[in-house]
Unconditional design. Structure first.
Lengths: 118, 596
């Protein structure tokens, strides 16, 4: 009975050693991947902040004003004015719909030559 | 097995031999004690060994750990999850709608290690070609005089960096830098202020605020824990841009030396737009510095809205009248003496253009016509002490509490001795200087029903509370009077159809450095409140030495300079704030008008 127990425990030690070896390398690989991802995140964040700054730069009011002036013939944009406010009462009601045409009859006729004397 | 102390056999034997049996008892007792002592000693020894062993183990573990830590290379923990704070940087500044006003950008600084350089002379010459503002000869001297480290430039554009790479000298090196960027250029420059580099190292440099809100909130902006949370200002980018555009046009047309405008929400104290002209580019503050001989007040860096203290003239009259109404001395219909000129000691108080509105004028007309004499009489009714207390309660005796570092230098100029003549002149805004921001705060108190609210440049959440400085009725009556100034008084050019502008003009002559006042240099101010029926916003426009020359004579009063500019600002800004005009919009053409 005892030798069997020895052999079994020896096998268990080998198996556990193998498992620990694999876990170790798997962890290191995961850590390396995380590091890479973190570097990627930092780069992306940096790019994002640059793009945000660029977006703000391209949308600065001075530039937009110049662009609307330059493209006035296409856009026709003017500064907002008090007269552009409207009241709900100014919006026209939709036109009442005409009833559907039902039981239509075709009417045909011919043009006769006009009589003399008319 | 326990041995008895007096074993009977031995006792009997001892008695037979004539010995003392007590000796036997004592002997046995000693033996018993010996055994007990041996046992106790063994146990104590055992405990000591255990204790020693545990001490050795604990200290050994600590020592081993320390040795291990000292011997290993430092490694950053790799498993902790990174957050946005991975780039610990200065927080962004955004406007109230989240549009970026200030942000950071990664760039590089250029430095040289002359000991590593292959060709110091050639590199210096090539650097001089890339950066025209660098002196190639001086650079060459610094490269060759034996020092081991030279800063060349603080920031580089990517193109410049590539050009420096192309020189190909191993002694030219780059250090990463976070640079503060203001993408909107000069917009809101006086609010933002500017930033520059503090302590500099090769790998990084700290960015510190040098002016404006960047300096005032420096600690918050640099706080690493809040680096990813932007500071949200109360400024609205669209309104700010519109106000600056109109104000700049006004300055150009009226040949003004400078101007300032403040648009404030009267209920919350939030400053929606704050402009001061001339302005500068916060990305490049250093270029805005003027020569040293010029007055500091003329520098583009000078914030006229907050830093400048001016005699704001007749705009003050409404405070005098409001106080008189609050004290119950007058009502809007009370007739007061307005017979000009008013003689007080050796002083003579005149009206504008030597007019005479007298003999009697109703209080409401005093404001509409802007009568100095009548205001002086009302101020005398109030008296100096009460006048001081009221102006103090409106915050005119202190620097404005707005979050700009410049505000701390703007303590109002208060007369040292408050004599009767001071009471008179302060009543109509002469001899008492304060910043336009102070004035806007005072007008906001009138506009919002009599509550003084602290002005702020930060977006406010929730309701704001303030100190009541006058009753609601007084505030309402004051706004009605201000409305009359626009409909039939000195600010008739300020009427914007649909927005019921109410306000008061102020024209004050600029004081000479040598004493006395200039006749042809004015500070023109217009403090406006709109819409009058339900005041929500306060606008203060101040123009420095503006003159209207469209007609034959040059006009320098506020009614011809600051008022039309303020009216145009309101006309443009009110629709942007979603304020609906109260009147019907005019018919678009004659045909529609006829068909109606």
């Amino acid at each position: 009975m005892r030798p069997v127990l020895y052999v079994l425990s020896f096998l268990a030690v080998i198996a556990l050693g193998f498992w620990a070896y694999r876990e170790n390398y798997a962890t290191q690989a995961a850590l390396k991947e995380v590091e890479g991802l973190q570097r990627q995140i930092v780069d992306l964040r940096e790019a994002l902040s640059v793009q945000r700054a660029e977006w703000a730069y391209l949308n600065r009011p001075d530039r937009l004003r110049d662009l609307t002036t330059a493209n006035f013939d296409r856009l026709g944009l003017l500064p907002m004015e008090p007269s552009q406010f409207g009241a709900a009462a100014q919006v026209a009601y939709p036109k009442a719909r005409l009833p559907e045409i039902s039981n239509s009859t075709d009417i045909q006729g011919t043009l006769a030559a006009p009589e003399e004397g008319l | 097995m326990r041995t008895p102390l007096r074993p009977l056999a031995r006792i009997l034997q001892a008695r037979q031999e004539g010995l003392n049996p007590d000796m036997i008892e004592r002997e046995n007792l000693k033996l018993r004690h010996d055994v007990q002592r041996e046992k106790a000693r063994g146990r104590a020894q055992y405990r000591l060994v255990i204790l020693c062993a545990s001490f050795v183990m604990v200290f050994g573990a600590i020592g081993a750990r320390m040795g291990l830590m000292a011997a290993t290379e430092p490694v950053e923990p790799r498993t902790s999850a990174p957050g946005a704070e991975i780039i610990a940087q200065r927080a962004d500044i955004t406007d109230r709608n989240g549009r970026i006003l200030a942000t950071n950008m990664l760039t590089y600084a250029l430095y040289a290690q002359p000991k590593l350089m292959v060709d110091p002379k050639g590199s210096a010459r090539k650097l001089g070609e890339i950066f025209p503002e660098l002196d190639a000869a001086a650079l060459e001297r610094r490269f060759t005089d034996g020092r081991s480290f030279v800063w060349v430039r603080k920031v580089l554009s990517p193109e410049q960096m590539q050009q420096v790479y192309d020189i190909g000298d191993p002694g030219l090196l780059f250090g990463p830098r976070e640079m503060r960027l203001y993408p909107n250029g000069t917009l809101a420059a006086h609010v933002l202020g500017g930033a520059s580099f503090g302590a500099e190292g090769v790998q990084s440099a700290e960015v510190i605020g040098t002016a404006g809100i960047e300096k005032a909130l420096d600690a918050r902006l640099r706080d690493p824990a809040q680096g990813n949370k932007p500071v949200t200002l109360s400024i609205d980018l669209t309104l700010q841009s519109t106000v600056e555009e109109v104000l700049a046009a006004g300055v150009g047309m009226l040949n003004a030396r400078g101007a300032a405008a403040i648009l404030m929400n009267a209920r919350t104290g939030e400053v929606l737009a704050l402009a001061s002209l001339p302005t500068f580019d916060p990305n490049d503050r250093s270029s805005a510095r003027t020569d040293k001989t010029a007055e500091p007040g003329d520098s583009p860096l000078f914030n006229r809205a907050v830093q400048g203290v001016y005699e704001l003239g007749s705009t003050f009259k409404i405070f005098t009248v409001a106080q008189a109404m609050e004290l119950g001395l007058v009502t809007p219909e009370t007739m007061v003496d307005a017979n000009a000129p008013l003689k007080w000691g050796r002083f003579k108080i005149n009206e504008f253009d030597n007019k005479n509105y007298g003999p009697l004028l109703s209080v409401s007309d005093v404001i509409a016509k802007s009568s100095n004499v009548a205001t002086a009489n009302i101020a005398l009714m109030i008296g100096g002490l009460r006048q001081q207390a009221f102006l103090k309660s409106l915050g005119f005796f202190e620097k404005t509490p707005v979050e700009l570092v410049e505000a701390s230098g703007s303590r109002p100029i208060i007369p040292q001795k408050w004599s009767d003549i001071v009471t008179i002149t302060v009543g109509y805004g002469q001899g008492f200087a304060s910043s336009p921001m102070n004035l806007a705060t005072g007008y906001a108190a009138v506009a919002n029903g009599g509550v003084l609210i602290k002005p702020t440049l930060l977006k406010r959440e929730g309701p704001t509370t303030g100190v009541r400085v006058m009753s609601e009725k007084t505030a309402r009556d004051s706004v009605k009077m201000l409305r009359r100034v626009v409909t039939e008084g000195t600010a008739s050019l300020g009427d914007v159809p649909g927005y019921e502008v109410a306000g008061k003009t102020g024209t004050a002559e600029k004081p000479k450095k040598t004493g006395g006042y200039y006749k042809d240099r004015n500070i023109n101010t217009f403090g406006a409140v709109f819409p009058a029926s339900n005041p929500q916003y306060v606008l203060v426009v101040m123009m420095d030495e503006a003159v209207d020359t469209t007609l034959s004579e040059a006009r320098r009063t506020a009614g011809w300079t600051a008022v039309p500019v303020a009216a145009e600002i309101i006309r443009r800004v009110a629709p942007l704030m979603g304020l609906r005009p109260t009147l019907e919009p005019p018919a678009t053409d004659a045909l529609t008008a006829a068909s109606n």
